[in-house]
Write a protein that binds this ligand. Sequence first.
Ligand code: PEP
Ligand code: MN
Length: 367
Amino acid sequence: MIIILRPEVGPDSPEFQKIRDYLSRFEGLRLHVAQYEGMTRRVTEIHLIGDTQRVPLEEVQALPGVERAIRVSAKYRRIGRHGTLEPFGFEYQGLHFDQDSFHIFAGLCAVDSRENAEAIFKALSAAGIVTARMGAYKPRTSPYDFQGLGKDCLPWLFELAGKYGIRVIAMEVLAPHHIEEIYEALERTGHPTGVMLQIGTRNAQNFELLRAVGSQQEFPVLYKRGMGLSLEESLNACEYIASEGNHRIVFCLRGVRTHLGDPHRNLTDFGHVPVVKRLTRLPVCVDPSHPIGSRVEAPDGIKDIYHVAAQGVIAGANMVLVEFHPRPEAALCDGPQALYLEELPWFLEHMRIAREAYEKMRDLARR
Ligand code: PEP
Ligand code: MN
């Protein structure tokens, strides 16, 4: 059961205490308080965990301070929409994320040098973009491939990001101690930027890691769908994160693995953007780089990466995660799919057109 409180009622109010007292008569019930920025206001919810069948809905609804209470199905208890619930929204580093917002996170697959990272930040800053992607810890298929610069690059990377006004960097973590390393580097450099912790497709069911990003409140999480997982399995993985207390999750579609995607690297799954928005309260991201895997272009002169990115955006995606490199030929990871840094303004213009088309479609549907 989820109890949604009235806007003026918070966890410190007398009404909250009364609700808590009322609920204490039901044995074995655990309460979890969730607060988030909804589309229109700050929302406080009490999530009841345990045997809630004995809790009478009508009585709860009648308690002072309660706006409404709903019984939720066991599926996606925390992240689920349950029909009418408001989507989760959150503020991070002065930016807002929810199922209506739109951000483009562009940058290096893997940080390989200071010069390349700086070139990216500089280009983003010139284009008015304050969100980047930068991999410091890379999960590679072969142990002999470049594994990323790891924690050593973090201090200068964060300082450079701050210098160019970058407010959030999406950065993959492979193990719980990477979260600490990122936090320490931010502390040491005076928090010049923020980080969204990325869970990569290879760790999509690494439950220890999911619990680790879920049990901290410092950083939001960008969860990438498992390449061989059903949507349901991946959404349940997000439920792991949320069940630890962190609801600041963005769900990212990045293609699924099947030979039916050939000649692309993966099969694009952006048709699931509206599905995730309907089933869950999470903002949805699309990564057009990993489904395609190369810079091939269609006879219309538009690269396949642009085409699928636009498909994701026109389907309502709230975020785009895309790889660029100043010299893709020399990149140490995913060079074939990195877009040239010089084309960043064109890519952004394509995304602006797609977003505008989506907004027009959405407004038409609302009328
Ligand atoms: C990435 O975005 O850096 C990455 C490794 O992607 P994925 O986990 O989707 O393969
Ligand atoms: Mn990559």
